[in-house]
Design a protein around this ligand. Structure first.
Ligand code: PLP
Length: 428
């Protein structure tokens, strides 16, 4: 079969007519399907219901060190919660601070602290004429929302199969002291599903930075979110903390993780890990902000998940629900778009997304056509700073929330919209 660019205008026009009819028929069905946000499905949330039953008596409210968790205090988290989160953050419990219900919140706060106070003696970033930030693209829209909110100038850097293009990252960081940080989702990245190679991690840790207070915001949101149980089919990530220490830049990173997509998004626990010097500073400032986070929820999570092994066993149950959805998305795309040409997509081994690259200049139109047909997608451009995808090509597919049957239907609609938008574009 010829691809769309190989078709003559008459053939293409006939194809477009057929696709328009197909689209109109779908529209008439009045569908309401959603592939927009990376939320766990109900079946995944159901897995964690026993968590709610781990605290029913007075004795259940006491931590291993005897703290009555119903009361104020313990700003950096219970010892057992630190140990659990240390296993996610690949760090020692003493370098971990367990926080509230969302890691996005602690990333925002980490930036806000540097903004207001500087870090480890540096000038507060708010006092600088300009602050710039390296943003690997495509990336997580809410990261870009945080840097945008502070008025930080975002510099997009393309992702490769091994992480951000390090040649570009190094040249940006080395020569501009106003470049203060980089967003990283280093494992099963959002949306590309890419895990940074050892070389990329080492280069981030060791690169020359014009700013002494350059910080890597290491958002390991999908650290335990494999789609396969066999270790050979799971991605491995080198720890940025060790790499920074080895490179002689021990304070360069802040690591973040949460149980949002392990237990309950919005009702999980989050944590950060950093160098001893950073931890001292963060605790000092955090101690002004709060007397302590929700320790009862920390206890519930430890009792339910227990340790790294318990966590892995729980995540395998998530994977069993998610794997068929990712397989379905890939199969549908292969079946419906193989002959079209111009499209490519990721086949991740973990995480929450499939990153779809449509023919250039068609992504916005595809998302609009899908909306008309009753399928909500993440907005085109959302994966770029200021929502500006220069190629108008990337679309994030979030297959986790809809049940399989709905996903199946939604992917048919999506494929029809991709084909129609491409045919329109070639004929314009
Ligand atoms: N970081 C990444 C990369 C994400 O994809 C998400 C959610 O989609 C979050 C953070 C949000 O995490 P939390 O619920 O802990 O704020």
């Amino acid at each position: 079969m010829p691809t769309y660019v190989e078709l003559g205008n008459d053939e293409l026009a006939a194809l477009k007519d057929r696709l328009e009819r197909e689209h109109a028929e779908i529209k008439a069905r009045g569908l309401s399907l959603n592939m927009a946000r990376g939320k766990p499905a109900k079946a995944q949330l159901d897995l964690s219901m026993p968590l709610l039953e781990t605290i029913t008596t007075l004795e259940d409210c006491v931590s291993t060190d005897g703290t009555d968790c119903r009361n104020y205090g313990v700003v950096d988290g219970l010892p057992e919660a630190k140990a659990l989160m240390a296993s996610m953050l690949d760090d020692d419990p003493e370098n971990v601070i367990v926080c509230g219900n969302a890691s996005l919140n602690i990333m925002y706060d980490a930036l806000a602290r540097c903004w207001s106070f500087g870090t480890l003696g540096s000038t507060p970033w708010s006092k600088l004429e300009t602050v710039r930030w390296i943003c690997p693209v495509p990336g997580y829209d809410r990261h870009f929302g945080v840097t945008e909110a502070f008025g930080i100038e975002m510099i997009p850097v393309p992702m490769t199969d091994e992480g951000p293009d390090m040649g570009e990252v190094e040249s940006i960081a080395a020569f501009d002291e106003n470049v203060k940080g980089i967003w990283c989702v280093p494992k099963y990245s959002n949306p590309g599903g890419i895990t940074y190679s050892d070389e990329v991690v080492r280069r981030l840790a060791s690169m020359v930075c014009a700013a002494d207070d350059f910080r890597i915001f290491w958002d390991n949101a999908y650290c335990v979110h494999h789609l396969f149980d066999d270790a050979a089919e799971q991605d491995q990530l080198l720890d940025i903390g060790h790499a920074c220490v080895e490179a002689g830049n021990p304070d360069r990173y802040f690591k973040f993780a949460s149980t949002s997509k392990v237990t309950f998004p919005g009702a999980g626990i989050s944590a950060l890990a950093a160098s001893p010097a950073n931890v001292v500073e963060i605790k000092k400032r955090m101690g002004v902000q709060t007397i302590g986070h929700d320790k009862l929820n920390q206890l519930r999570h430890v009792r339910f998940l227990k340790d790294a092994e318990g966590l892995a066993a729980h995540m395998a149950k998530h994977a069993a629900i998610l794997r068929p959805k990712f397989e379905l998305v890939n199969r549908k795309l292969e079946e419906s778009l193989a002959d079209v040409g111009g499209c490519s997509w990721s086949k991740p081994r973990g995480g929450y997304f499939v990153s779809f690259d449509a023919p250039e200049s068609t992504a916005k139109r595809i998302v609009a056509l899908a909306k008309e047909a009753g399928v909500t997608m993440t907005g085109a451009g959302a994966t770029f700073p200021l929502k500006q995808d220069p190629r108008d090509s990337n679309i994030r597919i979030a297959p986790t929330l809809p049940p399989l049957e709905e996903l199946d239907e939604a992917m048919d609609v999506f494929a029809c919209c991709v084909k129609l938008a491409y045919a329109e574009h070639l004929l314009a």
